[in-house]
Ligand binder design. Structure first.
Ligand code: ADQ
Length: 484
């Protein structure tokens, strides 16, 4: 390739395939969550590499062997970073999930600033960087993802390993008043300045980052304007950009157009007697605002008795971080709320809230998107939120309504045509739903058609191209597909 860039190498905490043991047998499952959904189609058949943890610390697993079929089918190499259970406890559960995750979602009261977790985070980042150094060459572009691995460029440089590196933060970056609470704030922000390119979901996230950077490293000076700017640190420069992540629009729309999926969507509506369907789809996480959402449905039913028997709220939650007590408690809280609302309003032939706690295959999830009249996407804070975009891509009838939290990154892009709400304002959400119910078809269609156009144009390939363009002046097409 004339560019000299040989491969695209993605590095993330988890690989796109997760190993687990069921009834004594090892199984390989496709990973879930926003990062994998977004990136898996991009790397597919590009002949590059994905580096990450396999999801198990058990030593008897023949990890490379188990993953070889997945890798052959996906069309790129997988390289695992083995982690012990202590490392997983400190770096993943401790530092990533109990410090950075809540802090960066503005929920600092949930943080446990445990120094041992910080030390383990550094050790594991060093371990990842060693694997990256061994598995890549100077001709590769190393694209590191998310808050688990913010020290990759720092450690690569400290080992004397030269790589072109880009980092993308999938979650929000908090305002300085919140970021400054982090005991290791200087070291963390300094490590981020070592990447060649740092990408955020929204302009607000990037602004939050530069505000903290100015406070902690006054020597930093930002040059330029627009989606990508340069930061001069005196000793070196790096670039900062805003890249709102998206989805494989055509793939979602194609699934939605399949006759069997349309049939499944019809069956869902039929089973619910063609009442209006309001849908929520999330990883089960406290940032997603699921209890608040159920309470807003309760408020809706209390305030508008005319809606009794007229709607169903379906909440689909994919299990996440099930080992963590906080997530177990959240699950219990949601189950209790669902029962409470159903206990308050059900009558023979009508149960208002339907709750599914499991992972759905794509076709089934898309059938629910197609069946829903309203998507209720109300995270308390979210980097982007792909569900909002998936719903629009799948709304082939073109007359659905997206009710969206103003605190989701997606709101910055979709605000003109989504119905924006404050997820903490239960009455406000209830009112928005009531109004959305009474929007006429023409109104719904014109909003939805603009939403679909925007997401179709600004799809996942557009996102990758804009990141690669800013990082190495290349596009995905410069890494041509390989035969598998
Ligand atoms: P997540 O927090 O995982 O991602 P999100 O963007 O909502 O959040 O993506 C969730 C994904 O899980 C979607 O693709 C959805 O289809 C899938 N999903 C949800 N429930 C499911 C179920 N029951 N069965 C199967 N699949 C299900 C992080 C950030 C986000 C950011 C993404 C991408 O927190 O803000 O949008 O990364 O950058």
């Amino acid at each position: 390739m004339e560019t000299g860039m040989r491969r695209l190498v993605v590095v993330s905490n988890r690989l796109p395939a997760a190993l687990s043991r069921e009834d004594g047998q090892w199984k390989v499952n496709a990973g879930s969550g926003g990062l994998v959904t977004a990136l898996a189609p991009v790397l597919r058949n590009r002949g590059g590499m994905w580096i990450g943890w396999s999801g198990t610390s058990e030593e008897d697993a023949d990890v490379e062997g188990l993953l070889s079929d997945f890798s052959a089918e996906a069309g790129y190499d997988l390289r695992t970073v083995p982690l012990t259970s202590d490392e997983v406890a400190g770096y993943y559960f401790g530092f990533s999930n109990e410090i950075i995750w809540p802090l960066f979602h503005d929920l600092q009261t949930r943080c446990r600033f445990e120094p041992d977790s910080w030390r383990m985070y550094l050790d594991v980042n060093f371990k990842f960087a060693e694997v990256v150094a061994r598995s890549t060459t100077q001709d590769d572009f190393v694209w590191i993802h998310d808050y688990h691995l913010m020290h990759q460029a720092f450690f690569l440089k400290s080992m004397g390993v030269k790589r072109r590196t880009g980092f993308f933060l999938h979650i929000p970056f908090p305002p300085p008043d919140i970021f400054m609470k982090l005991p290791w704030r200087w070291k963390l922000i300094q490590a981020l300045t070592e990447f060649d390119l740092v990408g955020f979901q929204t302009i607000q996230d990037r602004r939050n980052f530069t505000n903290s950077l100015h406070r902690l490293m006054p020597e930093a000076s930002v040059k330029g304007r627009g989606a990508v700017v340069t930061v001069d640190m005196g000793s070196h420069q790096f670039r900062l950009g805003t890249f709102p992540i998206s989805i494989d629009y055509n793939q979602f729309a194609a699934i939605a157009n399949r006759p069997e999926v349309a049939r499944a969507a019809f069956d869902i509506k039929e089973a619910l007697r063609h009442r209006k369907i309001i849908l929520g789809v999330d990883r089960l996480d406290y940032t997603k605002g699921i209890p608040e959402r159920i309470r807003s449905i309760q408020t809706l039913l209390r305030r508008y008795p005319d809606l009794h028997g007229q709607l169903n709220f379906i909440q689909i939650a994919v299990p996440s971080r099930e080992e963590v007590d906080e997530y177990k408690d959240l699950r219990t809280e949601i189950e209790q709320l669902v029962s409470r609302v159903n206990g308050e309003f059900s009558f023979p032939g009508w149960v208002p809230v339907h709750y599914h706690y499991r992972s759905f295959p794509p076709e089934e999830l898309v059938a629910y998107y197609c069946a829903a009249d309203i998507a209720l996407v109300t995270p308390l804070r979210d980097g982007m939120n792909l569900v909002a975009k998936e719903y629009c891509a799948c709304n082939v009838s073109g007359d659905g309504v997206l009710v969206l939290s103003e605190f989701a990154g997606a709101a910055a892009q979709l605000q003109k045509d989504a119905y924006l709400v404050n997820p903490y304002d239960l009455e406000g959400v209830a009112k928005a739903l009531h109004r959305a119910f009474h929007w006429d078809k023409g109104q719904r269609q014109s909003h939805m058609s603009r939403l679909r156009d925007l997401i179709r144009k600004n799809n996942i390939y557009w996102w990758v191209d804009s990141f690669l363009q800013a990082g190495i002046d290349r596009k995905l097409g410069d890494f041509p597909p390989v035969d598998t």
